[in-house]
Design a protein around this ligand. Structure first.
Ligand SMILES: Cc1cc2nc3c(=O)[nH]c(=O)nc-3n(C[C@H](O)[C@H](O)[C@H](O)COP(=O)(O)OP(=O)(O)OC[C@H]3O[C@@H](n4cnc5c(N)ncnc54)[C@H](O)[C@@H]3O)c2cc1C
Length: 506
């Protein structure tokens, strides 16, 4: 069997298939493993270890961690707490922790009338996680359920159904809290990687999805992986190789002939009856030349996968100073939210939608505040995950505008950390076409396609394609994008079921 691509999902599929006794060859186009979940040393000082794309783990499935024994293969996590820290224009700041009681007190101190509403808001997303992700009915494992089954699991609760399928993040927040600062701090969680503004339908489901994980036994928590996010992929690669899979780098597949062979860029032909594509749908279709049926072509052509993310990876001489941080605040140990207001973020989205980059909202991450192994002694790293950045600017090109747009993002950060630019010794700026060029994610979409409700659950790609012998295992499949790995496992189980039947047939 051949797996096209050594992203974390391709490696997961390879590990399960090899463990089941199948002969597995993984062909990766790049010289590094992990796709968007990888490691790089982009700066002159190789002591800076950068997770260029994915940087935080929160949704990685516990079954994959346990079944593939990823801890033995080096996977270790530092939980991020405080969860979120957000400075405001009036000089105050909010810390939210991995502790509901404490958050109730924090919000009560900021806006007494909102404390109960905030707790209900937190609880709402906890109820969704409980309904959809509890064993033995974990909806992320196996075939994707459709809306009727999901509504049943949500207890036919109209509020939960609305959040999962229709509501905007702005509407959910505004129903629960009135203080503008709280609204400013919270709305970005509905926008992660998504071409939509906070007032757009479906964005509440983005927050729901990102709250559905359990890491180190902590529901809804996120963490830094010791050594950088790519260590997840390296642990998966070790598990796959230990089980007998062979992984080849610098082996770009030029064509897939389903049920027959794959052809590499250099013309090498490798016969195989089963191909598992880890590449995104657009790339997979391109590799098929004209072998795909019309319905599949139509689905791929209609698949929305244009990314809005500007990622800036920085080497720092020291940590920047956030002027709003009080003596008990720990901004560098939190995910720092930089925003003006919910409506300013919506306006930024609308500007970007017509082609004007507008990086007004950002999250900052300081991995080295938990794990000093990713920076030289005394130095630090910072990731800036900013929105919005259109794939195609209306004027000029990204080559002409990349640095100026990155400077705009830094200007937003400098409103709260005026010395930030003094701390940056080197930076790597990735606009959507750069993400596409570096990782192969078409359109630069970080999830191989939007995760808004109309592209989720049974609307995502299934592992089994209409072309016999061709399967898909990447983030475009259920349960969606992020470093989850259950997509790869789901695909491997489908392949094993199909090939077991084929073996049993006379
Ligand atoms: C900027 C950014 C930030 C992100 N942040 C986070 C985060 O903090 N946490 C999180 O959980 N997720 C995050 N994500 C999302 C997450 O990284 C991705 O959704 C996930 O890694 C996708 O994994 P995958 O294995 O499905 O596919 P990919 O990572 O896309 O892997 C596909 C692989 O296929 C290879 N390939 C493609 N074509 C060919 C070919 N013709 N021949 C051979 N090989 C080929 C590619 O080189 C690549 O290695 C982020 C993504 C980006 C881009």
């Amino acid at each position: 069997m051949i797996v096209v691509g050594a992203g974390h999902n391709g490696l997961t599929a390879a590990a399960y298939l090899a463990r089941a006794g199948r002969s597995v060859l993984v062909l990766e186009a790049r010289d590094r493993l992990g796709g968007a979940c990888t490691l790089e040393h982009p700066f002159d000082d190789p002591g800076f270890v950068v997770s260029p794309c994915a940087y935080l783990v929160g949704l990685l499935h516990h079954r994959v961690i346990d079944e593939l024994d990823l801890r033995r293969h080096g996977y270790r996590v530092h939980l991020v707490d405080p969860h979120l820290w957000c400075p405001f224009d009036d000089g105050t700041a909010l810390s939210l922790w991995d502790d509901s009681e404490r958050n109730h007190q924090v919000v009560a101190a900021m806006s007494p009338g909102d404390a109960d509403g905030y707790s209900r808001y937190e609880h709402l997303f906890g109820r969704i996680r409980q309904a959809l992700r509890s064993e033995p009915h974990d909806t992320w494992v196996g075939d994707a359920p459709g809306r009727p089954a999901l509504e049943e699991l949500l207890g036919r609760d109209p509020e939960l159904i609305e959040v999962m399928f229709e509501e905007s993040i702005a509407s959910v927040i505004e129903r629960h809290v009135g203080d503008e600062r709280l609204r400013t701090a919270l709305h970005g969680q509905g926008l992660i990687g998504t071409w939509a503004g906070p007032r757009d339908a479906g964005t509440a489901a983005i927050h729901a999805m990102h709250s559905m994980g359990t890491i180190e036994g902590r529901p809804g928590a996120w963490g830094y992986v010791q050594g950088g996010m790519g260590q997840v992929s390296l642990a998966l690669a070790r598990a796959a190789e230990e089980a007998g899979a062979v992984i080849r780098r610098n082996a770009r597949v030029a064509e897939i002939v389903p049920g027959d062979e794959v052809i590499l860029d250099d013309g090498t032909r490798i016969p195989t009856r089963t191909v598992i594509s880890n590449a995104d749908p657009r790339t997979t279709l391109r590799l098929l030349s004209d072998a795909a049926p019309a319905a599949f072509v139509e689905k791929v052509n209609g698949w929305r996968m244009e990314g809005p993310v500007l990622k800036i990876n920085c080497a720092l001489s020291r940590l920047p100073t956030f002027t709003a941080a009080g003596p008990d605040d720990a901004p560098h140990r939190a995910m720092v939210t930089i925003a003006r207001s919910l409506d300013e973020t919506q306006a930024a989205y609308e500007r970007s939608r017509v082609g004007e980059p507008a990086p007004r909202w950002a999250e900052l991450y300081f991995h080295s505040a938990y794990d000093p192994s990713v920076a030289p002694d005394g130095r630090h790293v910072m990731s800036v995950f900013a929105e919005y950045a259109p794939y195609t600017p209306a004027s000029g090109s990204w080559d002409q505008r990349r640095d100026a747009v990155a400077d705009e993002a830094f200007a937003e950060i400098a409103r709260f950390a005026p010395d930030v630019l003094d701390c940056v010794v080197a930076r790597q700026v990735l606009a959507p076409p750069d993400i596409e060029a570096a990782v192969g994610l078409s359109g630069g979409h970080i999830f191989q396609g939007e995760c808004l409700p109309d592209q989720m659950w049974d609307r995502r790609f299934a592992p089994r394609t209409p072309m016999p012998g061709l399967y898909m295992c990447g983030a475009s499949t259920h349960p969606g994008g992020s470093v989850i790995a259950i997509n790869g496992r789901n695909c491997a189980m489908t392949v094993l079921a199909d090939t077991a039947e084929a073996t049993a047939a006379p």
